[in-house]
Write a protein that binds this ligand. Structure first.
Ligand code: FES
Length: 153
């Protein structure tokens, strides 16, 4: 599943769709997230680092985290969007098998011991699933596309 650049994630904010606070960013439709199923990965900036976040559904609610393991700072999903292990009870890092509680991000076993995933503020309305950026997690800068040979602006 490809990472969704925020500029392409339908290009609208929540406030444009249903009157929620300005600056909220649409991630996906609600039906894109099945219970303990595949997650949706989206591009973000964490502090000054470009990276990705992901959102999953667990016990009916949406939960989102920075896509970065607490053991070694690499993405969790070897196969894009696959975060749950086979029981559907835990999020699992594909590299060394650290497992995390889906509703808190707290490590539940493996080499992440004592660590946790960094939570991203998300919410769901009738219009879909939205991300509320903050001082640390924010939308990545837009990528400038220029014709070959043209000068940067
Ligand atoms: S990198 Fe995730 S468990 Fe080691």
């Amino acid at each position: 599943m490809p990472v969704i650049p925020m500029s392409q994630a339908h290009g609208t904010t929540a406030s444009e769709q249903d009157g929620t606070a300005g600056g909220d960013i649409f991630i996906c439709r609600s039906d894109a997230l099945q219970e303990a199923g595949k997650g949706v990965v989206f591009a973000l900036q964490a502090g000054s680092d470009c990276g990705s976040g992901f959102v999953v559904r667990y016990n009916g609610k949406v939960h989102a985290y920075l896509n970065r393991c607490a053991h070694v700072p690499i993405e969790l999903d070897w196969e894009r969007g696959v975060f749950f292990e086979s029981s559907g009870l835990y999020l699992m890092c594909s590299t060394h098998g650290a497992i995390y509680l889906p509703d808190s991000g707290q490590c539940a076993g493996g080499p992440c011991r004592g660590g946790r995933l960094l939570a991203i503020s998300v919410f769901e309305t009738d219009a879909g699933v939205f991300w509320r950026p903050d001082n640390y997690f924010h939308a990545p800068p837009a990528i400038e596309v220029r014709p070959p040979g043209s000068a940067p602006s």
